[in-house]
Design a protein around this ligand. Structure first.
Ligand SMILES: [Zn+2]
Length: 291
């Protein structure tokens, strides 16, 4: 009968984990030390070493055992992959995990995922994450609107990290996931902004349409496109043009609006010359005065 041994390690610091890895490595006679062999003989699960050292190869390297790592036999089980996906989702607080996160955090490649699940999407589904992925998928428009909100609140171009704090509602990873990098996401925003402001509204409606419109026809729509709002905020230095307050310097942060100086309902057009930045209080005062 084997000597009595605790089923748990008494200590979980790096050195204790390395010692455990070395102990198990001694027990395995084959050249390579697979995670499944390790799990069979160890008092600690291989996933604990993954989380501590980054991945299995790095854990072996930390114990001076890198030569016992074998890519071909580093087989992931279906349950392990599901467990890792769920663990990453918990640790990031996000309802989904990108393939890139899985790769960098756990060192797992697409190959075993394809082999076991058929596709990455199927793996996410199996981990109960694909549903949520749909739930948090923002449209380009929502991403741009959120970026404009943050930009306006800061009065400057946001950094990647600004997107993970209020008033941002869309995390920075959503941008990187969609556009490839933070810089490219900003570039897409700028392009969108230019597109909104350079495009000319049709100067006149066609006569056929005019016959159905009784009031004097308008050139522009009441809705102020995102790019134009950005341009007005930026022109007015992200401050209320009446009282000078800005979200970046007021506590609590004041909200800014783009206002039609001549109200749209009174013939004012949605054009740069008729638009200005107002804070919410000034905008309310103006609204009350017009009633
Ligand atoms: Zn104001």
């Amino acid at each position: 009968m084997a000597a009595f041994e605790l089923e748990r390690l008494s200590n979980y610091d790096d050195q204790s984990l390395i010692n455990e890895l070395k102990r198990v490595a001694e027990l395995v006679s084959s050249d390579k030390l697979s995670r499944s062999d390790f799990n069979r003989l160890s008092k600690v699960h291989a996933s604990t070493l993954h989380n501590r050292f980054g991945n299995w190869r790095k854990a072996l390297a930390a114990a001076g055992l890198e030569d016992r790592f074998d890519d071909r036999t580093d087989m992931w089980s279906r349950d392990e992959i599901i467990g890792q996906l769920q663990a990453i989702a918990r640790s990031t607080g996000k309802a989904y995990v990108t393939l890139n996160e899985l790769g960098t955090q756990i060192g797992i490649t697409q190959r075993p995922i394809r082999r076991i699940f058929g596709s990455y999407r199927a793996a996410l589904e199996a981990a109960g994450l694909y549903q949520s992925l749909g739930g948090v998928r923002y449209t380009d428009e929502e991403c741009f609107e959120n970026l404009l909100t943050v930009w306006t609140a800061l009065g400057r171009q946001p950094f990647y990290s600004d997107l993970s704090k209020p008033p941002s509602k869309v995390g920075p990873k959503a941008y990187v996931g969609r556009w490839g990098s933070w810089r490219k996401a900003l570039q897409a925003f700028v392009e969108r902004t230019n597109q909104d402001t350079s495009h000319e509204e049709p100067a006149e409606q066609t006569p056929e349409i005019k016959t159905y419109v009784h009031a004097s026809p308008k050139r522009t729509s009441r809705n102020i496109p995102l790019g134009l709002r950005y341009k007005i905020f930026s022109r007015d230095c992200f401050r209320c043009v009446l009282c000078g307050q800005s979200p970046a310097t007021s506590t609590p942060p004041i909200k800014l609006h783009v206002d039609h100086a001549i109200p749209w309902s009174r013939g004012g057009e949605t054009v740069e010359e008729n638009l200005r930045t107002l804070c919410e209080p000034c905008n309310l005062v103006k609204g009350a005065r017009l009633e």
